[in-house]
Design a protein around this ligand. Structure first.
Ligand SMILES: *Cc1c(COP(=O)(O)O)cnc(C)c1O
Length: 355
């Protein structure tokens, strides 16, 4: 039974949790090289890339930092349509990366037209965008934005945060031409928090080589060297989490990516039609997330009391995030959650609302 209907961390299957309970091995041992090397082919399948997927012992924010430090030599255009785009903008500023912020109204997506116009205003060599804005429940039209942006500037690096959608929504890194596609372990991948992943294109790696100061912990050049030459990482990896990842990748690929995407889509439709009946949706029509639904509070609701009631059945949902906390709440439907779990959750919320 699913418990966490929040946009991360999500429930982890008991056998995946148990996989962590194996003896330590040294990260400069053959046993580790076999484990680490064996993850690459399946990670590439998951990211739909022929390039490489780096694994970092951090949360996704670490790789937000990596992307802007390794891939921007001149100026970054940062698309913002909610709290996580805003976070990434702050990450860029904190790393002294020259960045312009391109805002969409919260609830609306960043649009291809808006991006095209912004690219014409200044010389950018990178564009960053959040695929699935977890605060507002908006899915950005990333594929079309990339097409239009590349038409305007073929050399533009494209950096995509898919922290709350990769593994639940179809985001083919190579087909769309994404240079850095990053995600965290604790959302759609249904792993414990503590790992982050990024697929990195050859172009992005070349760009990294041309940037003199990239930091140390998230340096793509170092990560590449250790991955290729040693099947390992520069610093000590989170070995227990890698055991869990090893098993969870098999579980994800056994379900099949198309089936996994269809399941997330189906759950979004379930929650969406319920929310339209009882409240309204925060995200604009046509741009609604498949992994998290942000419900607009069109009637007064005691959110704390609702969650306390749900907790009696071991379930929990998420309050609104950031500046839209008062006007919204969120239901996560990602990871290993099944449509039957959503039925149970929505029935419990209905009982509370009608009771
Ligand atoms: C959760 C989230 C993040 C932050 O990820 P951490 O793993 O907590 O660092 C960034 N972007 C989006 C879209 C998210 O949903």
């Amino acid at each position: 039974m699913a418990h966490l209907f929040i946009p991360g961390p999500t429930d982890v299957a008991p056998e995946i949790l148990a996989a962590q309970n194996r003896p330590m091995i040294g990260h400069r041992s053959q046993a580790f090289y076999d484990l680490f090397g064996g993850l690459q082919p399946r990670l590439k399948q998951l990211f739909q890339t022929g390039h490489r997927v780096y694994i970092s012992a951090s949360s996704g924010s670490g790789l937000q930092e990596a992307a802007v430090r390794n891939c921007v030599s001149q100026r970054l255009l940062m698309c913002v349509c909610g709290a996580f785009g805003e976070r990434w903008y702050e990450v860029a500023l904190a790393n002294s990366v020259p960045t312009d912020r391109l805002d969409a109204e919260w609830g609306q997506p960043n649009t291809p037209e808006q991006v095209e116009a912004a690219l014409a205003r200044a010389d950018y060599d990178a564009l960053a965008i959040v695929h699935n804005e977890t605060s507002t429940g908006v899915e950005n039209p990333v594929e079309v934005i990339i097409q239009r942006a590349r038409a305007a500037n073929p050399d533009l690096m494209i950096l995509v945060d898919a922290v709350s959608s990769l593994g639940g929504v179809d985001i083919p890194a190579d087909d769309w031409g994404i240079d850095v596609l990053l995600t965290s372990s604790q959302k759609c991948l249904a792993l414990p928090p503590g790992l982050a992943f990024a697929s990195v294109s050859d172009r992005a790696l070349q760009r990294a080589h041309s940037i003199p100061v990239r930091g140390w912990y998230f340096d793509f050049v170092q990560l590449e060297k250790y991955l290729v030459e040693k099947q390992s990482t520069p610093a000590t990896p989170a070995i227990s989490l890698l055991y869990a990842l090893d098993q969870q990748l098999d579980r994800i690929l056994a379900e099949g990516l198309p089936a996994r995407f269809a399941r997330h889509q189906a759950m979004a439709e379930q929650v969406g039609s319920w929310a339209r009946q009882r409240f309204d949706l925060f995200a604009a029509e046509g741009y609604r997330s498949k992994t998290v639904t942000t419900v607009r509070k069109t009637q007064p609701i005691d959110f704390k009391a609702l969650n306390a009631e749900l907790a009696k059945d071991g379930m929990t949902i998420a309050d609104g995030y950031g500046r839209i906390k008062a006007e919204s709440f969120r239901i996560g439907h990602m990871g290993e959650i099944q449509p039957v779990d959503i039925d149970l959750l929505l029935a419990a919320i209905d009982t509370f609302l009608d009771g």
